[in-house]
Design a protein around this ligand. Structure first.
Ligand code: FRU
Length: 487
């Protein structure tokens, strides 16, 4: 039973930067979420993990479970790099996914090693009946080499079923993955999860998507199929891309109709989706960045707290007006209670401080009505003190939300559009010690950034740079620490 193996509660939670409602590793390094699945009454979350120090190497699969996708409990390590095909300090058990078949949990991952300086990546499988102990398949790998002509950079299998068939998408490239390679999403089919047949290419760059695809995902949403992936060297620097289109399973061909950016922030990479117990499509990503990204300086200072890497909150994915929308799951929104609600709030150049209980884990929800706007810009500052803080600036004429860092370590601003709801603008800001997220118009756009405030930066205020403005409704919601017991 899963609950017999849950590890003792963590004791090092009250740290300056460690988030309270974003998942972080118990200690050490974490990157991508892996193997997300609802299995036998628990949400399972696996993740790229190095428990021994705060740097990326020798990838393991860490493991946690939850009843509500909000409160996670640690389980023992799921996968350790210990085989000839996955045991290497510059490799390990790389990213992958999970499916259930006949009551058994199957994990698919990339075994990554180096042989004489060359990367060798193969697709491997492990299984478990109790969801805690995993056995690597004795005839691994299940896919021993990339398709003909492709580079050895070939990873991150996402397996799914459709019409009684099993399918897998794998990321890769033709050419140089870090240079001028032409990225590809490869498509496979299987009847038994062990024998896989190559069916073709679902997506190829042709100069549009970058040099290498990491962490592809492919899922149905309404009457469309959605391909998401993390491209390297994307021409517009998109690092979590979505393509909405029509899938022809007979011919293994995907017709892309719409393309967009899943999250416009600096810290959102390698998203993976799964179906929750109510049938909703939920997505979780790694909330950090790689050193090869142009804006990345480092992974932030959290290694001084002995952890590095967080996951984004789970977000429900929907298609609205041909675009992918993402909004935090209801379970998470219900984990907050409203501590302040003001209607028709007058905002001016004087700072109006909002009481967040001196905690840095809270939400601010705002609704603004266009006809009542006198000032062009309304600014919400979070994690602030005196002249420092993270400013969420709403340009109500230009219809742009900007998340601006006013820090010594400022790396610039990120923007997204707003104003898709007609006369009303709705903004949800989530703050969690070192994570700041802004959602516009119920998930039409989102921005996710990590910030590292000092001890003093615990204030939140709203103001305008000039003139006055009215906020139709403003709510501050604080985190309820207790987990609701499931009956
Ligand atoms: C994406 C990624 C994957 C790989 C994993 C290794 O962030 O580079 O392609 O499987 O991280 O940790």
């Amino acid at each position: 039973m899963v609950k017999d193996y849950i590890l003792p509660e963590r004791t090092s939670e009250n740290l300056l930067w460690r988030p309270k409602y974003h998942f972080t590793p118990p200690s050490g390094w974490m990157n991508d979420p892996n193997g997300l699945i609802y299995f036998k009454g628990w949400y399972h979350l696996f993740y790229q993990y190095n428990p021994y120090h705060c740097n990326w190497d020798s990838m393991h699969w860490g493991h946690a479970v939850s009843k509500d996708m909000v409160h996670w409990k640690d389980l023992p390590m799921a996968l350790t790099p210990d085989q000839s095909y996955d045991n290497h300090p510059e490799g390990g058990c790389f990213s992958g996914s999970a499916v259930e078949k006949d009551g058994r949990l199957y994990l698919f991952y990339t075994g990554s090693i180096k042989k004489e300086g060359t990367t060798v990546q193969t697709q491997c499988m492990a299984f478990s009946d109790d969801g805690v102990h995993f056995t690597k398949y004795e005839n691994n790998p299940v896919i021993a080499a990339p398709p003909k002509g492709a580079s050895g950079e070939f990873r991150d299998p996402k397996v799914f079923s459709h019409n009684q068939h099993w399918y897998m998408v794998v990321g890769g490239t033709v050419g140089d993955s870090e240079g001028d390679g032409n990225c590809r999403v490869f498509f496979y089919e299987s009847e038994n999860l062990v024998d896989w047949t190559y069916k073709g290419v679902l997506l190829e760059s042709n100069g549009k998507y970058g040099s290498m695809i990491e962490c592809p995902d492919f899922f149905p949403l309404g009457d469309k199929w959605v391909l998401t992936c993390s491209p390297m060297n994307h021409p517009q620097n998109i690092k979590a891309l979505y393509c909405i289109g029509t899938m022809d399973f007979e011919n293994g061909s995907f017709q892309v109709e719409e393309v967009g950016n899943i999250d416009e922030g600096f810290d959102y990479y390698a998203p993976q989706s799964f179906v929750d117990k109510n049938g909703k499509r939920v997505m979780i990503a790694w909330q950090n960045e790689w050193l090869w990204m142009p804006w990345c300086e480092n992974w932030g200072p959290t290694s001084s707290e002995n952890w590095r890497g967080a996951l984004s909150v789970p977000r429900v994915a929907t298609i609205e007006n041909h675009q992918l929308h993402l909004y935090p799951v209801e379970e998470l929104r219900n984990a907050f209670e409203t501590t302040k609600k003001v209607e028709k709030l007058k905002v001016s150049t004087d700072r109006l401080y909002l009481d967040t209980d001196h905690a840095n884990s809270y939400l601010v929800k705002m609704v603004l009505k266009r006809e009542e706007i006198k000032s062009k810009v309304v600014e919400l500052t979070v994690l602030g003190h005196e002249s420092e803080g993270t400013v969420i600036s709403l340009d109500l004429v230009g219809n742009v939300l900007t998340l601006e860092k006013r820090y010594a370590s400022e790396r610039g601003s990120v923007h997204c559009n707003m104003g898709t709801l007609g006369n009303e603008i709705e903004v949800l800001v989530m703050v969690d010690n070192s994570c700041v997220e802004a959602y516009v118009d119920r998930g039409a756009h989102c921005i996710t950034n990590n910030v590292y405030p000092s001890e003093k930066q615990k204030e939140c205020w709203i103001s305008t740079p000039y003139k006055t403005a009215q906020v139709e409704c403003l709510e501050v919601c604080c985190l309820v620490e207790d987990e609701k017991k499931e009956s």
